[in-house]
Design a protein around this ligand. Sequence first.
Ligand code: PRX
Length: 638
Amino acid sequence: MPLQHPRIRTFEDYQDAYQRSIENPEQFWASVAEPFTWRRKWESVCKPDLVDGHNEWFSGAKLNITENCLDRHLATRGNKLALIWEPNDPKTRQIRYTYRELHQQVCQFANVLLNNGVEKGDRVCLYMPMIPQLAIAVLACARIGAVHSVIFAGFSSTAIADRVNDAQASVVLTSDGLNRGPKQIPVKRVVDEALESCPSVRRVIVVEHLGWPVHMEEGRDVWYHEEAQDAAKTCPAEEMDAEDMLFILYTSGSTGKPKGVVHTTAGYMVWADYTFRNVFQVEENDIYWCTADIGWVTGHSYLLYGPLLNGASTLMFEGVPTYPDAGRFWEVIDKHGVNVFYTAPTAIRSLMATPLDNVLSYSLDSLRVLGSVGEPINEEAWHWYHTHVGKERCPVIDTWWQTETGGIMISALAGVSPTKPAHAGQPLPGVQPVLLTQEGQEIEGNNQEGYLAIKASWPGIIRTTYGDHERAKQTYFGPYPGYYFTGDGARRDENGLYRIIGRVDDVINVSGHRFGTAEIENAINENDNVVESAVVGYPHDVKGQGIYAFVICRDGACANEADKPRVEASIIETVVAQIGKIAKPDKIQLVSGLPKTRSGKIMRRILRKVAEGETSNIGDVTTLLDPAVVDEIISGRK
Ligand code: PRX
């Protein structure tokens, strides 16, 4: 019988755990880590470094995360459901794997990787639909010590190529196609296009999903089902060092191209496991459903690793909330008896906009806990979720965290700590949030607002940005040495509960997806008609933030009004080709100039005001090179 992981059950437990985690972090985390399966125990629990960003946890330990996700459950939970797969089309077949079956599937996939020459430390990129083989493949990489880098299957071929090249991946896993609601998308074709400029890739393993004919590049591409025929269903797990890379996940920052956030093995495992258990309070026989795609960090930590580490039954959904109709989420909950449900505010807001009957016609009796993640949840959405989905019976937990934090940092623990609409709440044990002034002074006391930073290392902290540690150092530790800087602004209310206000940098959050404004500008500037552009976010009813682009066209490109729609459409096409549909500007305003200071810096503050419609309150424009440009921009506002 494996050692049991203790769980926080009461608010007093929480207060006690929090206190211990701050007073003696080493002892606290050593006891949290104890029950895992270790090949060798650590020499030191924690080597924190919030100046250069060289953080280590459980250094010297040896383990494999899949032994902790799978093997150690076999004796007690071998016949328990591990993964339930709900297809895009509710009329087609569901798939269910017990822990024993999932273990076999992962081992088999791992053998296919090995047979195709994948070695420990190699980077494997996955561009796949939300099908069981994606979950299996991720775990298979971890089984053999390959570093997985999942690329959300909505990114364009250019975006794939950027990521594959940055990671210097040797192998790419993909499928013939994918279903997204009523649409089917030829995924393999997108990968083929990307790989034209990815010399590091020598093998592509293709999972058959739609049964579509696809081009198979001689000498490079193989079918998974053919490779699996002779692959054994057992595979010893590679022994990994605590600080060996587990995965890279690309995410946007305020400058440059997306960066590869690196998480390592032991710290990430402990953090994903601990946060999952205590935040969601999943019970042994529960069905747990996180709607996130595995292409994002939420899918990594709370669809896959967190639940499996805890021996939970996790549901994976291929489709979208509105197909075949806007009752789909609720239908799936009733069908599978989902007890704990975790989704994003953008999904809630889009469903709120449809007739209430879509939700009222389902019983939703099984639900006990509702979670939210990815962006601030506005009060209206919180109440709708609480009233119509949770029937005022289920706590709504608003979980704040980031790709870089590996797991949840600030959140109520379901049924244990207080919830308040639009507030994430209190920090998890081990997390020491502070509010800073712009100059980096800590702001004491409650009822305060400031820049959110974290003043102690935690097991899930980002280890580096792949291939460029300096970038990680500059981004997260450079602004305020001694603190991890989140990039978010926050408010601490009168009771010490945190409310996340939003980003304070040039990152925008569109439907829970992170983009740097510079990243979208770079994409727009690739268009032949464009000389320069500036992108800002603005409040959007469903997406949280929308993308507003101000664009200067080259002389003659927009000579008359009639040219504008064509140029705008072509700009959108360029962004879709450079990044993907998820980054499509919601509004494009063609302008003759941008508000720049005499030193040439764009005053985004002004553009934000225009995009928000706050044009009567633009503020001081006297430092601009050409103040007249502001009037033109205001009058042309979309
Ligand atoms: O601005 C915060 C917002 O999402 C950012 C992190 O995005 P990403 O790395 O893609 O991870 C998303 C899933 C964890 C944060 O800097 N954010 C995330 N969760 C919340 C949130 N904003 C408000 N409330 C949240 N619960």
